[in-house]
Design a protein around this ligand. Structure first.
Ligand SMILES: CC(C)(COP(=O)(O)OP(=O)(O)OC[C@H]1O[C@@H](n2cnc3c(N)ncnc32)[C@H](O)[C@@H]1OP(=O)(O)O)[C@@H](O)C(=O)NCCC(=O)NCCS
Length: 171
């Protein structure tokens, strides 16, 4: 689906960051992210228990269905988080966004820097009209981030998890 819009995986850069395709060699950092109880606190997902779980996660990413970027620091190449666009609608005009950052790198504006770039790419290159984010009602850092980028709280209820608030950015 996405391969109709993109011929190669879009590597993007910001002042401090390189947003690039996730590789199997990122397994250690993906394990750190997906096994961290603080990061997982508000996320509805099965935590990685072993490196193999993390490797399987990377292998199962289908790049023609979603865009899953590794957030790496440009100065040392270290992977410190991820950001992804997924659940694209058939006409490619709507998708969801998700993100996570190792705890040691939070509170420095890093996710804001990555999100700004991904929204710009989603709107200007992919032509998306709507981006949704499902975030837990107690997830203050995520809510702050979404509001900074003008996502608006909707009344949509996720029946599988009523604690999730759906924020929407419309263009
Ligand atoms: C959601 C998450 C990515 C937010 O990370 P974050 O580092 O707080 O987000 P930002 O990059 O926007 O940083 C904002 C903070 O950095 C501070 N900051 C420092 N330097 C900054 C700069 N140059 N620019 C902007 N903000 C800066 C801001 O003041 C703000 O601090 P505050 O939270 O005390 O007000 C992070 O909490 C996380 O990974 N959570 C776990 C995963 C998760 O819940 N994901 C959501 C899925 S829906």
């Amino acid at each position: 689906m996405l391969n109709r819009a993109l011929s190669t995986f879009p590597t993007l850069t910001t002042e401090r960051l390189t947003l690039r395709q996730l590789l199997e060699s990122d397994v250690q950092e993906i394990f750190l992210l997906r096994s961290d109880t603080i990061i997982n606190k508000f996320l509805d997902r099965k935590p990685s228990e072993t490196l193999e779980d993390a490797l399987n996660f990377i292998r199962n990413i289908k790049n023609n269905e979603l865009l899953y970027w590794a957030i790496a620091q440009t100065h040392n190449g270290k992977l410190i988080g991820t950001i992804c666009l997924f659940d694209f609608s058939g006409e490619l005009n709507k998708c969801e966004i998700g993100y996570e950052l190792l705890t040691g790198y939070q509170g420095q504006g890093i996710m804001s820097e990555a999100t700004r770039k991904i929204i710009e790419f989603a709107v200007h290159t992919l032509g998306l009209k709507t981006i949704d984010a499902f975030t837990h009602c107690d997830n203050q850092s995520s809510t702050k981030l979404l509001q900074k980028f003008n996502f608006e709280k909707t009344e949509i209820v996720d029946e599988t998890n009523p604690n999730l608030i759906v924020f929407r950015l419309s263009n």
